[in-house]
Design a protein around this ligand. Structure first.
Ligand code: NAD
Ligand code: UFG
Length: 337
């Protein structure tokens, strides 16, 4: 049985991936400093899978802590989710973002190298495409970034490409996620944003449960069918399954490669709002405001490379994503504690 170390494994995408890994027969070791998640996630994973993964409350900035994790476990591959992810915050406190997402990640790669573990799946983001020249977005499109968070993703991609060049034994998959939403169908795992959410679906969920008054739609004058921004929303359970395919691939192939994880379908802000209205059974108020600085009109994936290399495609549609988000929201008014 292969052992996978999952950094950030109690977080939103991490917890769903740990669940899917256990259900696929992997032994899983979770590392997280619990900055943006709760240890109670591990009990919930046990409720779903019957297995509570071994857990290290460790920070990736702590080199000794990382060494201990690799010394105490026979790790075959690492899936690296740990990091900060708020675009706006990264503009305010860039050095904190570079320290955590770059220095922390380099510590992890060094610990892997020292332990002879050279297989890695990295959480990158569609943000590395900047303002794409056209959609759907292919992996060979030019990359650029507009904020420190995005820069940390692109720099990690460059660092890991260099590592693979320096040593042909390394195997690295750089997964560029589009917009993960939704929650585990059990209602036990989901996204718990800190404070007022910035992202669309967590915000709509709070309008639906009455904690926020109305959705602010950032602009309806984009060159899109209804004028609102279009994104490729992907169910977090589909994304987790994408990681299962990715880790299996990485264990069998050498070198670095880049893969989009999206559905290939674009939905507008108003289409998502209407899908959520269907899920929660009520009309949700909104107001149209100015465009949000830094937003692009349209962003959705070309998914052929993921299908070809990983034999993976997303299965869930926008109605199912909203249904599962609402189920989690209803069942967890106080988050995961
Ligand atoms: P999350 O915040 O829910 O999970 C990240 C986890 O990492 C948290 O549990 C946090 O406590 C942990 N963490 C942060 N810094 C750490 C450190 N120094 N040491 C140890 N643990 C640390 O976020 P998520 O949505 O699950 O995202 C996971 C990864 O995917 C991140 O790298 C994120 O940038 C990337 N990503 C997310 C999205 C998205 O929209 N959610 C999109 C593209 C890429
Ligand atoms: N939107 C609103 N109102 C809101 C929130 C969002 O109208 O309250 C709109 C945005 O303008 C955009 C769409 O909903 O058109 C999606 O916005 P999100 O903030 O949910 O997602 P983004 O596509 O802007 O950003 C996400 C992640 C980033 C990542 C980026 C590219 O949050 O981390 O995708 O992958 F960098």
């Amino acid at each position: 049985m292969k052992t996978i170390l999952v950094t950030g494994g109690t977080g939103y995408i991490g917890s769903h991936t740990v669940t899917a890994l256990i259900q696929s027969g992997y032994n899983v070791v979770v590392l997280d400093n619990l900055y943006n998640s709760s240890e109670a996630v591990l009990d919930r994973i046990e409720t779903i899978t019957g297995t509570k993964p071994k857990f290290y409350k460790t920070d990736i900035l702590d080199k000794e802590g990382l060494k201990t994790v690799f010394a105490e476990n026979e790790i075959d591959a690492v899936i690296h989710f740990a990091g900060y992810k708020a675009v706006g915050e990264s503009v305010q406190i860039p050095l904190t973002y570079y320290e955590n997402n770059i220095s922390g990640s380099v510590n992890l790669y060094e610990a892997m190298k020292d332990a002879g573990v050279k297989t890695l799946v990295f959480s990158s983001s569609a943000t590395v495409y900047g303002a794409p020249k056209s959609v759907p977005i292919r992996e060979d499109f030019p990359t650029s970034t507009t904020n420190p968070y995005g820069s940390t993703k692109l720099m990690n991609e460059m660092i890991l490409a260099d590592v693979c060049k320096s040593d042909p034994d390394w195997s690295v998959l750089l997964l560029r996620y589009f917009n993960p939403i939704g929650a585990h169908q059990s209602g036990l795992l989901g996204e718990v944003p800190n404070g007022i959410p910035n992202n669309l679906v967590p915000y709509i969920a709070r309008v639906a449960n009455g904690t926020l008054e109305y959705l602010r739609v950032w602009g309806n004058d984009y060159p899109t069918p209804d004028g609102t921004g279009v994104r490729d929303y992907i169910h977090v359970v589909d994304l987790a399954e994408g990681h299962i395919a990715a880790v299996a691939y990485a264990l069998e192939h050498k070198g670095a490669d880049y893969i989009n994880l999206g559905t290939g379908n674009g939905y507008s802000v108003l289409e998502v709002l209407h899908a959520y209205e269907k899920a929660c059974g009520k009309e949700l108020p909104y107001q149209i405001l100015e465009r949000r600085p830094g937003d692009i009109a349209e962003c959705y994936a070309d998914t052929e490379k993921a299908a070809r290399l990983l034999n993976w495609r997303a299965k869930y549609n926008i109605d199912e994503m909203c249904r599962d988000s609402w189920n989690f929201t209803l069942k967890n008014p106080d988050g995961i504690k």
